[in-house]
Design a protein around this ligand. Structure first.
Ligand code: PMP
Length: 402
């Protein structure tokens, strides 16, 4: 008998389960609305032109493949990450006021930050999160030894942000706990607080003496403007709320499988920087020894090469624009299909996801009768919509909701 022959069988991952069902469906009209990966309007994988060009330049440089010993990847990678996220004018964007590490994308950043906090956070090791949030948040945080709890965020009745509920709940969080925020394009609801609301949140978090983890997975994707999409945590920084920022280039540079991102801790002194750095050395060694090279070289090339930076900016605008466009088309097509429901939330929500308020039964009908696949919780992944399938999806949405 194998060593693991009697361990409990794990639960099937909801997203991969749906993907399986989608792949096994032979109907030509099938539509996958379950995964947050940007694709072309022909539903083909999309590699950014700036990335293709950067890769050619990198290959032409004949660089070596030795270990990268710097936990931050390189000074250029760190500098550009700081300017991109915090902005050049931020109080914390100067020596002694931050420390920046390379990470295995957003998820790797969350994982390393959680391990670090699990060992060293001096307050309550409980992280409060929005209800709902990306399901992997609880998985990562709990796997690394942190406790999780929830605050209100979404009002199912009105399909909107429950800001009052959120503030009431934050007000009750015991002091010196932790709170996890999604910086922009909230997954799964698609609803974000406004900048004014972020100011209120920042004040309350400061009062409660909470430490924040900021998951920054979609900077640029919401508006097409990376500065605008960084407002939430720039506001937190202005209020001197301390946080660990977990950045991902999976979406903004389309580098999903390259696993490249960064972690930025805000600090008060060079001494604190050194303490974090020296504790990160054994943590990194235990996890992956050294940061990987290729993704970091791509990011660095795009950031430092003005021609590529320009192309990148345009491409982010294009990606965000495509998502906004199909959102509008969906609402328009729902009206044309005869739906009398109010679907305006599709265009007030932003980013890759929409919470639709559809019931599990309606979602089952969509897959069984119409070959349209989305998560049972009602999350619809906008990138699966194209100008070619949006009319069909709208018609079917109308059918299951009328
Ligand atoms: N946070 C959120 C909210 C996400 O939706 C995702 C990806 N779906 C991630 C983090 C992590 O993605 P990655 O590890 O590819 O950066």
């Amino acid at each position: 008998v194998g060593w693991f022959a009697n361990i409990p069988m794990g639960e099937k991952d909801p997203i991969f389960g749906i993907l399986d069902a989608f792949l096994n469906d032979t109907n030509p009209s099938k539509v996958n609305l379950s995964i947050g990966i940007f694709r072309t309007d022909d539903n083909k994988p999309f590699v950014l032109e700036c990335v293709r060009k950067a890769e050619k330049i990198i290959i032409s440089k004949n660089l070596d493949k030795e270990y990268c010993v710097l936990l931050g990847g390189s000074p250029a990678f760190q500098k550009h990450n700081l300017d991109y996220t915090l902005g050049p004018d931020c109080e914390y964007n100067q020596p002694g006021r931050n420390i920046c590490f390379q990470s295995l994308s957003g998820c790797g950043a969350l994982s390393m930050v959680s391990q670090f906090l699990s060992r060293f956070f001096p307050g309550r090791k409980v992280v409060y999160m929005s209800d709902p949030t990306w399901p992997n948040h609880a998985n990562v945080l709990e796997s690394m030894g942190l406790e999780t709890a929830y605050h209100r965020y979404y009002d199912a009745e009105t399909v909107s942000l429950d800001f009052c509920g959120m503030m009431e709940d934050i007000h009750k969080i015991p002091k010196r706990s932790m709170i996890l925020f999604q910086s922009i394009a909230h997954n799964p609801t698609g609803f974000d607080p406004t900048p004014e609301q972020w100011n209120e949140i920042a004040e309350e978090v400061k009062k409660r003496k909470l430490y924040a983890i900021v998951d920054n997975a979609y900077q640029g994707f919401a508006s097409g403007d990376s500065d605008k999409d960084a407002q939430s945590f720039r506001i937190l920084a202005k209020h001197r709320v301390k946080f660990a920022l977990c950045n991902s280039f999976s979406k903004s540079l389309g580098l999903y499988g390259e696993r490249i991102g960064s972690i930025i801790f805000l600090t008060d002194s060079q001494d604190e920087v050194q303490r974090i750095y020296t504790q990160f050395i054994p943590l990194t060694r235990a996890n992956y020894q050294n940061p990987p090279l290729h993704g970091r070289r791509i990011v660095e090339e795009v950031f430092t090469n003005p021609e590529l930076s320009k192309i990148w900016k345009k491409e982010v605008v294009m990606m965000a624009g495509q998502l906004k466009n199909v959102r509008q088309l969906l609402v328009q097509n729902l009206k044309e299909a005869g739906s009398k429901r109010n679907w305006d939330f599709f265009t007030t929500q932003i980013g890759m996801f929409s919470y639709t308020g559809l019931s599990p039964q309606q979602i089952e009908r969509l897959s069984k009768e119409f070959h349209i696949y989305m998560l049972r919780c009602g999350r619809l992944a906008i990138p699966g919509l194209t100008t070619k399938n949006v009319a069909y999806v709208a018609k079917c949405l109308h059918k299951v909701t009328s």
